[in-house]
Design a protein around this ligand. Structure first.
Ligand code: SF4
Length: 642
């Protein structure tokens, strides 16, 4: 059914078993000194085992001053080679080819990461990292060319099947290539040919040092998506020049840090949004072209290849969400693919969150934890009761069932999914439903029994005589003790999203957290006139930055008004009285007041059954109202323990 996707292809002398590529993505899994860690080996080996044809190791620094993230792997010294060899050997065991991405961040880094001032072609700060970089001298540029070549030699010595030169996403090479960031007047600046001298010389240097047969992939942004940046027209010339310089494949992405929401591409960005760039590049070169960007479905991938738009497809976040996608595709198990929902919470979200720093995945909490969190057959099957069919409960159920336990899920609603199902209703969030279907498919596969429309009570649970109980009863909307809040006319945000309550044209949403703004997004899209009142200085504070970018853009287009830094003191029949900047203010005249003031734990059973069942676990919002990502991880961890 997937004739092109599953067919082999040659990149230079390297034969790849199929067209599935794991593109380079920062994980922070390397050791702090840049050496290879067991975590990185386990993570990539799982993708090789899962059937990916080609794995491209994440941004690997050719110079310590070129690191973009704190725990970025390095290849600037021979000391790294043994670690890389171990990783390459492990990946090779399962049949994937593996290349390493040679990288220098240039200005897209900070003092904090590299311990000194970043360097760049010109002293223009990155619009995100904001540090003024030091302009590289011409001699230093020549020195860096040698460093790329030396790094490629180490890669070859470690057994890598090739290298990828990172000329994309606004990093050092891209900074040289683009008039947007290169204002030099030496031989490395000026017209396109001069701006291309740096990457062309790098490729020639690598070729001279590693010989003719060794595969070199060049990655670049076909469109930088910034004013004054490179567009697809100039990128066609870039592609021709790089083919002529001797690269064996082109990996075409889009964006730079200045257009970072597009680089990160949450669910608001359409699937396969970069394919147009690969398609244009493919028209002007003979070497294979790899496309990338929000491709999370093998049918879509096959369609791209079959249409001649690219030769290979990189599944970035999808490979984070499901290491086994290629094997499942080949076996026709499409329904069992764990889908990336574009939430950005545990991949990019964790990478830049000081509390985590290392990536995982909301849908698949086993990512990055391959060595510690394993689904192993239980010594003896147990009877497991899961109370609550939200994301945490559903994850716990299928994982426990896969271990061989007999699992029953009780859900008081007639339908599974809990808050997660409601979370899929606002614009661009629909992929959440794919994740729910995945959990249920996996549960059914391993024999989970789902009892919907049944509220689990102490008696009912004890009657089952379970060996283990997982309480995943979730949360309920928070109703702070504020005068007038109990007005029966008011409606809860979740009831609006679920279609249980109708609202007027002119609405006030009280609460500007995730639920409040997404309800405003939903209503704005349905042409309501919406005002949000929020206590914090900004709305959508709990949304990931790239998600927020597209969300706020939509709210702006709908004309949604946000009143921030305003504490609600009293509810009126048609609005609220707030305190803002030390003054009381009346915000009223609305047809409907919608409450979205957060959630609190709902855990009515723990105290009742504690000590009466052999094993008891409480997970997710039932412990403390948080996001689905925590509930799902806790569900997996509880199930693995049973
Ligand atoms: Fe996709 Fe969300 Fe997982 Fe990231 S955390 S890979 S965006 S599902």
């Amino acid at each position: 059914k997937f004739p092109v996707l599953l067919s082999p292809i040659k990149i230079g002398t390297m034969e790849v078993r199929n067209r599935f590529v794991v593109p380079p993505m920062g994980t922070n899994f390397a050791n702090p000194d840049g050496s290879v860690s067991k975590q990185l080996i386990d993570y990539l080996a799982a993708r090789s085992k899962g059937g990916y044809g080609l794995i491209i190791v994440e941004v690997t620094a050719i110079d310590p001053l070129g690191k973009a993230i704190p725990w970025q792997p390095g290849i600037w010294d021979d000391k790294f080679v043994p670690g890389w060899k171990e990783l390459v050997d492990e990946v090779h065991k399962y049949g994937a080819k593996i290349v390493v991405q040679l990288h220098h961040a240039g200005r897209q880094t900070t003092h904090e990461v590299i311990g000194s001032q970043p360097v760049a072609p010109s002293p223009i700060p990155c619009p995100v990292d904001r540090e003024i970089p030091r302009e590289l001298t011409t001699e230093e540029v020549y020195d860096l060319i040698e460093k790329f070549g030396d790094a490629a030699v180490r890669a070859r010595d470690a057994g890598f099947d090739g290298v990828e030169v990172h000329g994309a996403h606004g990093y050092l090479i891209a900074q040289f290539m683009s008039a947007y960031s290169n204002k030099r007047i030496d031989e490395f600046g000026g017209d396109l040919t001069s701006r291309m001298k740096f990457p062309v010389d790098i490729v020639k240097n690598i070729r001279a040092k590693v010989g003719n047969g060794y595969p070199i992939i060049f990655r670049f942004s076909g469109d930088e998506r910034v004013p004054g940046g490179r567009t697809i027209d100039e990128s066609r010339v870039v592609a021709e020049k790089m083919e002529k310089a001797g690269v064996n494949a082109l990996h075409v992405s889009t964006g730079v840090y200045g257009s970072i929401p597009w680089l990160i591409a949450p669910s608001a960005v359409p699937p396969a949004y970069n394919v147009y760039a690969a398609e244009e590049i493919k028209k002007v070169v003979k070497i294979p072209v790899i496309t990338v960007g929000r491709i999370n479905d093998p049918n879509l991938a096959e369609d791209i290849l079959e249409g001649g738009k690219a030769d290979l497809v990189s599944l970035g976040r999808e490979s984070i969400a499901d290491p086994e996608l290629p094997n499942k595709t080949a076996a026709g198990m499409i329904n069992e693919i764990s889908p990336c929902i574009g939430c950005m919470q545990a991949c990019v979200g964790y990478l830049f969150d000081p509390k985590y720093l290392k990536i995982s995945c909301l849908v698949n909490p086993f990512t990055g934890r391959e060595g510690e969190l394993k689904i192993e057959k239980a010594a003896a099957p147990k009877k497991v009761v899961v109370v609550g069919g939200g994301p945490g409960g559903l994850e716990a159920a299928w994982v426990a069932a896969k271990k061989g336990h007999k699992v029953t899920v009780y859900e008081k609603e007639e339908v599974l999914g809990g808050q997660y199902r409601i979370g899929a209703i606002p614009p661009t969030k629909q992929d959440i439903l794919k994740a729910l279907r995945y959990y249920i498919t996996m549960g059914k596969k391993y024999g989970v029994e789902y009892k919907m429309g049944v509220e689990a009570t102490e008696e009912l649970i004890l009657e089952e005589n379970p060996d283990a109980v997982i309480l995943a009863t979730g949360g309920v909307p928070l109703m702070p003790n504020i005068k007038g809040i109990d007005n029966p006319k008011f409606v809860k945000a979740i009831d609006v999203l679920e279609g249980k309550k109708e609202v007027g044209m002119n609405v006030l949403v009280v609460g500007g957290g995730m639920v409040g703004v997404e309800t405003a997004d939903f209503l704005g899209e349905h042409l309501h006139k919406v005002t949000i009142v929020e206590m914090l200085p900004e709305i959508a504070k709990d949304e990931q930055d790239a998600v927020k970018y597209f969300l706020l853009k939509r709210l702006n287009e709908y004309g949604v008004k946000a009143i921030t830094g305003a504490t609600v003191k009293e509810f009126l029949d048609d609005g609220v009285v707030c305190e803002k900047d030390g003054k009381e203010e009346k915000i009223a005249g609305f047809d409907t007041v919608i409450l979205a003031m957060g959630a609190k734990a709902y855990n009515p059973l723990e105290e009742k059954i504690k000590g009466k069942v052999p094993e008891l676990y409480v997970i997710g919002d039932a412990v403390k109202a948080r996001k689905a990502v925590e509930a799902i991880e806790e569900g997996a961890r509880a199930a693995v323990k049973i």
